[in-house]
Design a protein around this ligand. Structure first.
Ligand code: SF4
Length: 413
């Protein structure tokens, strides 16, 4: 506790609060909740955080803080930023332990269905239910949490933290229909007839293809699917190539190493500095023995029926007009082969095909098209989080959930 007090005292309570306004996707009032910690009024700190988030224990642990709030902290200009993540998780955890509740009012009475109980859907549900709306979440699994449960390994986010956070949200009176999936046992027209509004929040978790020779070989997997279904091949004594540079690539690489792989090599086409993964995740992966091959592209996967090798090519980075990041360009004749047993692709993800059967407009990449109110081409239906192409972070997904609840509350029938 002294440690927490000391960490809170380090905050300068800046009036212009860049951590909150520039850094935090949810615009949590960071100096104000830290001030309440300084005063040792943890319930007040929780109430301040609850104005903007229902996931403090989760975001406090897994947000890329150095790219978000801590990256904007004034203390970080000349030294170390305030450890905002740890302070937020501390308040989230204490709220669970002490049973602090989210305040509820009966201002609205809309009937809303939410398809998908991941961070975006849960946040939308919480912000709608706390204002009195009648909310039902339809979830394809027999548990809620989505990628918080099956996309982020336990070593980064303990399952019980997610479970307790969800229990607190459900106490707002949200109904849940488990094992219900669109296109299988959840009827779209029934939903349209029975609810004032529908929010689609079932994510985009189908791994994108590399579109190279050999991708059909046995032993090529999508990282999203490996993490979601948690069904892995036997990695003992095997060399596994993970292709990608984001957090999904880091989570997959670290999970596979922990499951016994002899060697895990991350192949990334840009340099370390351009990796989208959080620096801490990259460092943890290095510390755990994951190897990295930067500025390399996989050209083809080689094998008779199973993966035996990969062919890679070196890349150089050039500045292309109109691009914000340096672009990798293959260096001619720099190809060589590496022995491998499995290849795991982590180069992005897209929504399931069912999306095309809902009669909603989608964009070029297959995401549902929404306007600035998260409204789809059918004004009764909204889409948030990854499904609407908002694939950044859990906090951004949660932000879309909170915003959509405000938009729905504004609609007059
Ligand atoms: Fe505190 Fe840093 Fe935010 Fe200033 S910028 S209020 S020091 S957390």
């Amino acid at each position: 506790m002294d440690n927490i007090k000391e960490k809170s005292e380090y905050c300068l309570n800046c009036k212009n609060k860049p951590c909150s306004i520039k850094g935090c996707p949810l615009n949590n009032d960071i100096p104000l909740f830290i001030k309440a910690i300084k005063e040792e009024d943890y319930k007040k700190a929780y109430d301040i955080l609850s104005e903007t988030t229902v996931l403090p224990s989760i975001c406090g642990r897994i947000c890329p803080h150095y790219k978000q709030c801590m990256g904007s902290c004034v203390r970080g200009i000349k030294g170390t930023p305030v450890n905002i993540g740890e302070l937020e998780a501390f308040i989230g955890d204490i709220s669970i332990k002490e049973g602090y509740e989210i305040e509820k009012e009966n201002k609205y009475s809309k009937k809303v269905a939410i398809i998908g109980g991941g961070p975006a859907g849960l946040t939308a549900a919480a912000f709608l239910a706390r204002e009195g709306n009648d909310v039902t979440i339809y979830e394809k699994y027999n548990y809620l949490g989505g990628l918080l449960i099956h996309g982020i390994p336990d070593f980064r986010l303990p399952k019980e933290v997610v479970k307790y956070s969800i229990d607190k949200i459900l106490k707002l009176g949200i109904k849940v229909e488990y094992n219900k999936e669109l296109g299988k046992n959840l009827d779209w027209s029934e939903l349209e007839n029975n609810y004032d509004n529908i929010i689609l929040a079932y994510g985009a978790n189908v791994s994108s293809k590399l579109k190279i020779e050999g991708e059909e070989l046995k032993g090529v997997y999508g990282a999203n699917e490996l993490l979601e279904y948690n069904v892995h091949p036997d990695y003992t004594d095997k060399t596994v190539i993970v292709n990608g540079g984001g957090n999904v690539a880091m989570d997959a690489a670290r999970t596979i190493k922990r499951l016994g792989a002899k060697k895990v090599i991350v192949v990334y086409r840009r340099a370390k500095e351009q990796m989208p993964a959080e620096e801490k995740e990259i460092q943890d992966a290095i510390d755990e023995g994951i190897e990295f091959l930067f500025q390399h592209n996989i050209v083809r996967i080689i094998g008779k029926s199973e993966v035996e090798k990969i062919e890679v090519i070196k890349t150089k980075l050039i500045k292309k007009e109109g691009e914000t990041r340096l672009s990798p360009v293959d260096i001619e004749n720099s190809n060589y082969e590496i022995n491998a047993d499995y290849v795991v692709t982590a180069i992005g993800a897209h929504p399931q095909e069912i999306i095309n059967k809902l009669g909603l407009k989608t964009d070029r990449k297959g995401y549902i098209e929404v306007n600035e109110k998260w409204q789809t081409s059918n004004p009764k239906i909204f889409a948030i989080g990854d499904l609407a192409g908002n694939t950044a972070t859990v906090a951004w997904a949660a932000r879309s959930g909170r915003d959509v609840s405000e938009e729905i509350n504004k609609i007059e029938y």
